[in-house]
Design a protein around this ligand. Structure first.
Ligand SMILES: [Zn+2]
Length: 561
């Protein structure tokens, strides 16, 4: 165990004032060598993966009252092919004219405003040359990121290292010396790089692996120093990676599990009646089509596997059904699309909400309003295309997904579902709080011009903002001016604040964060891009010991974020 030998040295290091670390070159250099070797191994390790990559960019404009507000946006979804370096295959039906292969180096990165590969690049600190020949690496202090104890270093390229090198700060977990976070910029000497900053996070996936998962980046407005003409508009961007454990590896594991289980009868309905009436056959065929589509999306990493968040949604559906005396067969299920776009749709009796939508709904009543609308489609018997009951209809190239799957409704169906949804909501316990749902829809409507790409669905329908929830709290529908939540009410939270993604297996969990207290007007930021601050944990074999050491070491860390 190499790491055990080095740990006492770390403890000595961190107990000393920063200024004296230079007097321990042997110890420091050993640690730095370990970090460098681990980072080089990381670059090699990542070559086996093809995760999904999503980048959402908001242009920013200054607003006197609200501070920085969104002013146009861009969205990219693709699959990385890390075996080929920083290569990306777009999954979008329309890439908006973005030529994703024009990126040919640092210079063109800075002169091309938004190139998806440029954001993917930020999973690497420096693909060739992160070592002591190219960098000065200085120990700063010890710090916790979540429950993971880290050593913090400042990293600066040496003068001879050349352009495009990383400058900033790194956090290194102190067991195996993986870099788990790096925050800074590429370039060092170039002018523009000072404005393009990023904060790149890796999360534990067990088996001594830390995988790139979240990158926040931003840039201020850049003007030409001589002509004062605008060179770059200010923006903020979130990049997410997930779906590392997709594809052939998992399929092989699943198959071997089934084979090991042996001759268990596959038929799990042997106790019930065996024959299907035509009516049941029709239902069963519909269910098959739903299952085929959700399975296909899950295998591609576009839909989360069954989990905790589905259950939360199904609880709300249950409450709506019970209070409306509905007994829907087969039972209504909920699933979550992995993407940040705001959308929802139904596949027969399966209701799908995007993660992005679940993330920005301010409360359970707002969630109930969205789900009531979708349940309206179910109750009204709006059908999905049952051709997906045929398995050959599922065989197409992944890039064609959004062309093959289109679950948007006709305007007539939408109108009918709106009415039905209102009816269901008005009979439910959510009626009393449906004011917040109305505020949410109004906030979305007010913002929709500035975030056209966020509200453009991949597969289903955009969230209808022209919908007035007629409920007891509104004897008359609110006018646009009135529909403004007072005081501390948040009409819609910033993006990405509610659901936690496991980038390895795509499992989603509800975040457990504390109430934020009083929120200033400029802090409300509905539908805005905000930085990531990830509560890091260790997965797998280290977790038990780490939890213990985290508790004992907490006392001497006053720099926990
Ligand atoms: Zn609808």
């Amino acid at each position: 165990m190499r790491s055990l030998k080095i740990l006492p040295a770390i403890l000595v290091l961190s107990a000393m004032p920063v200024t004296t670390t230079a007097q321990q070159p042997t110890i420091l250099s050993e640690v730095v060598d370990k970090i460098v070797r681990q980072e080089q191994a990381e670059v090699q390790l990542l070559r086996q993966y093809s995760p999904l990559v999503e980048t959402y960019i908001q242009n920013i404009r200054a607003d006197q009252r609200l501070g920085a507000v969104p002013d146009g946006d861009k969205y990219f979804l693709g699959r990385a092919e890390l075996a080929k370096g920083v290569e990306l295959e777009p999954l979008e039906h329309d890439t908006g004219g973005v030529k994703h292969k024009v990126f040919g180096g640092w210079a063109s990165f800075f002169s091309t405003e938004f190139v998806p590969r440029g954001f993917l690049q930020m999973i690497y600190l420096d693909m060739n040359g992160f070592d002591r020949q190219h960098y000065k690496i200085e120990y700063v202090r010890r710090e916790f990121l979540g429950e993971v104890r880290c050593l913090v270093f400042d990293v600066d390229p040496l003068p001879k290292a050349g352009k495009g090198r990383f400058v900033g700060r790194i956090w290194v977990e102190d067991q195996d010396f993986h870099i788990v976070r790096f925050n800074g910029a590429y370039g060092g000497s170039s002018l523009t790089s000072n404005y393009f900053n990023f904060d790149s996070w890796r999360v534990s996936a067990g088996k001594n692996q830390w995988l790139p998962a979240f990158i926040y980046s931003e840039q201020g407005t850049v003007r030409d120093p001589k002509t004062k003409s605008l060179r770059f508009r200010a923006f903020r961007a979130q990049t997410r990676l997930w779906g590392y454990d997709l594809g052939s590896v998992r399929e092989e594991q699943e198959l071997s599990k089934v084979l090991v289980e042996g001759p268990t009868p596959v038929n799990d309905q042997s106790e019930t009646a065996n024959d299907y009436s035509p009516f049941q056959a029709e239902r069963s065929w519909g269910r098959q089509a739903e299952d085929n589509v959700t399975e296909r999306l899950e295998r591609q990493g576009l839909m989360a596997p069954r989990g905790e968040v589905d259950k939360v949604l199904e609880t709300v559906i249950n409450n709506l059904e019970v209070t409306n005396n509905l007994d829907i067969q087969p039972e209504v299920r909920c699933r979550v699309l992995m993407t940040s776009t705001l959308e929802s749709f139904t596949l027969g009796h399966t209701i799908v909400l995007s993660r992005g939508l679940v993330d920005v709904l301010p409360d359970e009543a707002s969630l109930a309003a969205i789900l009531a609308h979708e349940l309206g489609h179910v109750v009204l018997g709006h059908r999905m295309d049952t051709q997906f009951g045929f398995f050959n209809r599922l065989r197409f190239d992944e890039k064609e997904t959004f062309r093959h799957f289109d679950f948007a409704r006709t305007p007539e169906e939408e109108q009918a579902a709106k009415q039905k949804g209102n009816e269901l909501l008005n009979n439910s316990p959510y009626k009393e709080q449906s004011g917040t749902a109305q505020f949410f829809l109004q906030a979305l409507k007010n913002r929709s011009k500035e975030i056209p790409n966020l509200i453009s669905p991949h597969l289903g329908d955009r969230v209808s903002t022209s919908w007035t929830i007629v409920a007891a709290v509104f004897s008359a529908p609110p006018s646009e001016a009135e529909a403004k939540p007072a005081g501390n009410v948040i009409a819609a939270p910033p993006l990405g604040g509610r659901v936690k993604i496991d980038p390895w297996n795509d499992q989603l969990r509800m975040l457990k964060s504390k109430p934020v207290g009083t929120v200033a007007e400029a802090e409300k930021m509905p539908f805005e891009v905000t930085p990531f601050v990830i509560y890091l944990t260790r997965q797998g074999e280290h977790s038990a010991t780490e939890a213990a050491s985290a508790v004992s070491a907490k006392a001497d860390s006053d720099t926990k974020p």
